[in-house]
Each structure stands twice: as structure tokens, then as C-alpha cells.
Design a protein around this ligand. Structure first.
Ligand code: FES
Length: 264
């Protein structure tokens, strides 16, 4: 269950330009699953709402929660100044995660773009650690970056083969993660993805054309992450014949959705 706690900063490092790796000691790790996020509070009096940041790693034994985020404004800039021993208020875990059952015995493709890369690291770890009958037969990882600052790439390689796409062509496929699928003839059954909206739209279309299941994390569209700003409404298919749900809030009903259920 979600809770608000004061978490202690274990460490913070810079992974790439504007990309930070923050490790916190907190019991939020207990029931956190890949695809979920936390709300991190600032001391900034002009905004009392937390900033949503996706979970990149969970180490239950050490009570360590790892957040890899991009500095995009005042809140995240304040987080980037946190150092060992500081305390920060964190609410979580929030939202729903990726459905891992779907991948049992199949080939899973993990696709991340930009700051959508980090949440897939914990997913890669968990998928490879599932009991044999629940585990995917094969995992392929395709990550898209702006340039050759391929943060977390070596960590993904511990779990499966990694394919890279870059916007500027400095490494791997020159283009999008979908260009990489085509260029490398990567095939699979289930896609797990997180990234910018145009990429998710492309993946939704690709999955439909190739008869694949796809789970999309729409976390990029969130602002407050706690149901307070209504900035994250997305149109959904009627998923329940009785309640006729046509709208969902990404932060409370997502951020992960079955691609078939959302209109993006
Ligand atoms: Fe604010 Fe969903 S992100 S209501």
C-alpha cells in the first residue's frame, strides 16, 4: 500500500547530461513493482504537489529505491542537489505496473525512449528472475537515446541482448526504436514500453499491425501524479460494459495501459 515517508539519500550521481541517479533508503521498496512511480516532494513553497518519478530499481534487502530522472524544471533541479544523508519526502508506490504474466513462454521486447528508459531496467530484472514456467522464453531490449550518452545501457546488457537507436546516429540504428526493430529484424510477442508520446503512438500502431500485445507506460504525460491536477486524462475504450469508462487518469488508472485500451 502507498505511504508517505521521509527517505534518506544514500547516494546521487550524474549518468548523462541532465540525467541523475538517486538512491534512497525507504520501506517503499516492500511492494513496489516495475512500471510504478513515486511522488517526490520539494521544499519549494510555490508548489506543494509532489513530482512523479518512475521507479528504476528496487532492492528489497537493502531497502533501496533507485530513481533515475531528468532535470526538467524547478522540482527536479532541487532533487538533483540532494546528497548523501539528506532526507526527502516520498509518496508511493503509485500507479499500476507492467503485467508480467503476459510474457510467460513468449518473446518479450522491452522498448524505452529517453527518460522512459529507466523503468524498464527493473522490469528486465524481474522478468529474468521469474520462476521458469512464468518467465519469457526470450527477452530483447531496444533503447532509444538522443546521442551516444546511453545511460543504463551496460546494466541492461546484464539481462538480455541490447539494441540501441540514437536520434543523431552516433550509435546503433540512426532513428527510432521502431527503426531498430526493422533494421535488426527483431521479432517478439509482447512489447513493454515507456517513452515520449510519439514513440508510444508508433509502437501502438506497430503492435496492432504485427498482432502483438503492447503495454504502454504513459507516465510522460503526468504532472502531479496524485490525481490533483487533471492534466493526465486519456481516452479509453469501453473496458467495462457496465460503467462505460471513457476517460482515465494516467496517474491513478495507469500509468501502464494495454495499448488496445487507450486512444493516444
Ligand atoms: Fe495530476 Fe494525474 S497527473 S491528476
Amino acid at each position: 500500500a502507498k505511504k508517505k515517508v521521509s527517505a534518506k539519500v544514500i547516494s546521487q550521481k550524474i549518468l548523462a547530461d541532465g540525467i541523475y541517479d538517486l538512491r534512497l533508503e525507504t520501506e517503499i521498496t516492500e511492494d513496489a513493482v516495475p512500471g510504478q512511480f513515486v511522488g517526490v516532494y520539494t521544499d519549494d513553497k510555490s508548489s506543494l504537489l509532489p513530482r512523479p518519478i518512475s521507479i528504476c530499481g528496487v532492492d528489497k534487502e537493502k531497502n533501496e529505491l533507485r530513481l533515475v530522472y531528468r532535470v526538467v524544471g524547478k522540482g527536479t533541479d532541487l532533487f538533483s542537489k540532494l546528497t548523501e544523508g539528506d532526507h526527502v519526502d516520498v509518496l508511493g508506490p503509485l500507479g499500476n505496473g507492467y503485467s508480467m504474466e503476459e510474457a510467460a513462454g513468449k518473446t518479450a521486447i522491452l522498448m524505452g525512449g529517453g527518460i522512459g528508459v529507466p523503468p524498464l531496467l527493473e522490469l528486465a530484472k524481474r522478468l529474468t528472475r521469474l520462476p521458469e514456467d512464468k518467465r519469457p522464453k526470450d527477452i530483447k531490449i531496444v533503447m532509444g537515446y538522443r546521442n551516444d550518452q546511453t545511460f543504463l545501457a551496460d546494466e541492461f546488457r546484464k539481462y538480455a541482448e541490447l539494441y540501441i537507436a540514437t536520434d543523431d546516429g552516433s550509435l546503433g540504428t540512426h532513428g527510432t526504436v521502431i527503426d531498430a526493430l526493422n533494421e535488426q529484424n527483431i521479432e517478439g510477442d509482447v512489447i513493454y514500453t515507456c517513452g515520449p508520446m510519439p514513440m508510444l503512438r508508433g509502437i501502438k500502431k506497430y503492435a496492432a499491425e504485427h498482432n502483438m500485445k503492447a503495454y504502454l507506460s504513459l507516465e510522460e504525460r503526468m504532472a502531479c501524479g496524485v490525481g490533483a491536477c487533471l492534466g493526465c486524462v486519456v481516452k479509453t475504450r469501453d473496458v467495462d460494459a457496465h460503467s462505460h469508462v471513457n476517460n482515465a487518469r494516467i496517474c491513478t488508472d495507469g500509468p501502464v495501459f494495454d495499448a488496445e485500451d487507450v486512444d493516444i
